[in-house]
Design a protein around this ligand. Structure first.
Ligand code: DHB
Ligand code: MG
Length: 244
């Protein structure tokens, strides 16, 4: 089951124990077990762990940040690339009672686990979750075509958290299917600071991160920043872009 001592990050370095302590303190005030979605999230984490999914889901505070972004822009449609066990999607769905989440997952076992976790969250949540099983490079072009043809409403927000080498392709397509004022977020773009280490420049994860940072920064369709995160998962960060 999830707790902040399950340290995992995309940097290969252990998180500073103070970061986990800060998480525990802040979460105890911001999201105590009395919150209505606590049981759903805890059950989904437990099921993901029992199904041997890797513990690389967004940290609870980060997932809640995404859910609050969706709330702040009054999102009704959210696209996630990389469902894993559906835990982040469940944060989005449970904190936004009218939100629909379309989530893409390439791994059949991860997708099956996410489906089970959505079902266990109850009919109301399950009905608002659309799981598209397949590779992002296959599913996103289809979604984009549907949006362009008027068969699918544009998205209000996107969270890209999948195979890092395709970050830019996912970002580019996401921008095209997000409404003006909508947001596109890309996870894991700081990678323990390795993005500024010249020795790491050929690492596929680092390349996927720097490509999206550099291209998003020069992209006139969006205004962007990088939010650095240090928490129980280590030192990482996300691109946050708003579509013009
Ligand atoms: C990894 C992937 C992630 O999306 C993440 O948030 C942390 C780690 C990984 O593949 O190692
Ligand atoms: Mg991630």
């Amino acid at each position: 089951m999830y707790n902040s001592s399950n340290l995992w990050n995309s940097s290969g370095k252990k998180a500073d124990p103070v970061w986990a302590q800060v998480t525990d303190y802040c979460q105890s005030h911001m999201h105590p077990p009395s919150k209505p979605n606590h049981g759903t999230i805890t059950a989904a984490l437990k099921a993901s762990d029992e199904a041997d999914l890797p513990p690389i889901f967004a940290a609870p505070a980060q997932a809640k940040f995404l859910a609050l972004q969706a709330k702040a822009i009054r999102a009704s449609r959210f696209l996630e690339v990389g469902a894993l066990g559906g835990v982040t999607a469940l944060w989005l769905l449970t904190l936004n009672p009218a939100l629909r989440v379309t989530t893409v997952e390439v791994d059949p076992h991860h997708a099956a686990t996410a489906r089970k976790n959505f079902a266990a969250a109850g009919k109301d949540v399950e009905q608002r979750a659309e799981l598209c099983e397949g590779a992002g490079l296959d599913v996103l072009p289809r979604l984009l075509e549907e949006v362009k043809a008027g068969k699918r409403e544009p998205f209000d927000a996107v969270f890209i958290d999948a195979d890092k080498q395709n970050n830019w392709a996912y970002f580019d397509m996401s921008v095209q299917m997000t409404r003006p004022g909508g947001i596109v977020i890309v996870d894991n773009v700081v990678r323990g600071g390795r993005i500024v280490d010249p020795r790491m420049k050929d690492d596929p994860g680092v390349k996927g991160a720097t490509e999206v940072i550099e291209k998003a920064g020069a992209d006139p369709r969006v205004e962007s920043t990088v939010v650095q995160l240090c928490d129980e998962k280590g030192f990482d960060g996300m691109v946050l872009s708003v579509v013009n």
